[in-house]
Design a binder for this molecule. Structure first.
Ligand code: GLA
Length: 381
């Protein structure tokens, strides 16, 4: 019996009617801070995941024991109010599913997650999507991954109040094993790009640094992009979003923008182009080119978008100086959280063996590393 089944039996008894929903974390390979500008992103799901093992209840209560917190939270589907804790993600999803006309039933069970919290690997999207699948399964319904993702994003934007884009929920809901997901954040068209590395690996490193002011700084970046768009529309009325802006147009009209807004817009235009170039490189098997675009992406996030941190800059600089590293960048919203590094497989072990000690002596923080393969998106098992 695995740990989750054991915990279920311990807390809720007979597990004959229980089922399991799992939802992975994600790492974004490239395409950062462009989803809310209608751009392209390239995340992949990782093997760190959130798993719910639950059994339907006859009443309308949801009762969940969270293994990592060793605590049980509950709510009634008929009286959802914020509790300012992790169960809010489940509640927010229930609200949106109800609005979408899904006949919700209560359930009880265990939730356990190996996705580190607040590290930029989408622990919240994993809980949202996992909960959505549990509710849907309990209702005897299925939903396309794209609809699940949109619904969970509405929960995050509305009930939780975090103004995030669509990338995380789409990655968690729709990724496939051995593929990265090229997502057009305007049309939500998806292409599953083969990402099966034979001689290379993806290493994700958690900087262990708190994401200070992450959500206010995130909202500020979004507002700066909108400000840039509004000003540029004066000359370029066809712009529906920064996605439509070419770099030639930005060169021509950039002087209209306040300097800080210009930097933000330069990042967005450059990063959207880089993401498309990176996919070309991947398709051509040109991993060195892919890695160098990862490095460029980090530089742009550091110098133009200004969402890196001393820790993220140190980790990526250190990584680039190691044997076998093709590229390294911050991933996710930034201001702390994780980096992602593309490295030759033969060097990965020495990389992850040395990194924590050197990081500790340079930055006085604890780093954690994971070697990640492209994992499948969320599913009911
Ligand atoms: C967070 C948000 C995403 C995206 C990234 C930055 O992860 O949830 O929507 O904007 O930051 O690329």
């Amino acid at each position: 019996m695995n740990n989750l089944n054991f915990l279920f039996t311990q807390h809720f008894g007979d597990d004959r009617e229980a089922f399991t929903a799992r939802a992975p974390g994600r790492v974004n390979l490239i395409g950062e801070h462009v989803d809310y500008n209608d751009g392209f992103v390239l995340p992949m799901a990782i093997s760190l995941q959130t798993v719910l093992r639950v059994r339907p209840r006859a009443d309308r209560s949801v009762v969940l024991y969270a293994a990592e917190f060793d605590e049980t939270k509950q709510f009634s589907l008929d009286g959802i109010t914020r509790q300012e804790t992790w169960i809010d993600y489940v509640q927010g999803v229930a609200v949106e599913l109800g609005r979408a006309g899904v006949a919700l039933h209560g359930f009880e069970g265990v939730v356990s997650s190996s996705v580190p919290i607040a590290s930029g690997l989408s622990s919240s999207a994993a809980l949202e999507v996992g909960a959505a699948l549990a509710f849907l399964h309990g209702a005897g319904q299925t939903m396309e991954p794209r609809e699940v993702a949109l619904l969970c994003q509405r929960a995050e934007n509305g009930f939780i109040g975090v103004n995030s884009g669509i990338m995380d929920q789409m990655a968690v809901a729709a990724c496939r094993a051995e593929h990265a997901l090229l997502l057009d954040c305007r049309s939500l068209d998806m292409e599953h790009v083969p990402f099966r590395l034979r001689d290379h690996s993806i290493v994700v490193t958690d900087s262990g640094a708190p994401r200070e002011l992450a959500s206010s700084a995130y909202n500020e970046r979004r507002a700066q992009c909108e400000q840039g768009l509004t000003i540029l529309r004066d000359k370029l009325p066809h712009l529906a979003s920064l996605r439509d802006l070419t770099s030639a147009q930005l060169t021509e009209h950039g002087a209209l923008l306040p300097p800080i807004v210009l930097k933000r817009v330069q990042h967005v235009v450059g990063e959207i182009a880089r993401t498309q170039d990176a996919v070309q490189a991947l398709r051509a098997g040109a991993l060195a080119g892919f890695g160098s675009l990862m490095n460029d992406s980090h530089a742009s996030l550091r110098d133009l978008y200004e969402v890196t941190s001393a820790e993220l800059d140190w980790l990526t600089d250190w990584a680039r100086a190691q044997p076998g590293v093709l590229g390294s960048r911050m991933t996710g919203a930034g201001f702390g959280g994780c980096t992602v590094t593309l490295i030759e497989k033969q060097h990965q072990d020495s990389f992850i063996a040395r990194l924590p000690t050197e990081y500790k002596s340079a930055m006085n923080r604890e780093a954690r590393c994971w070697i990640c393969e492209a994992a499948p998106g969320a599913q009911v098992l």
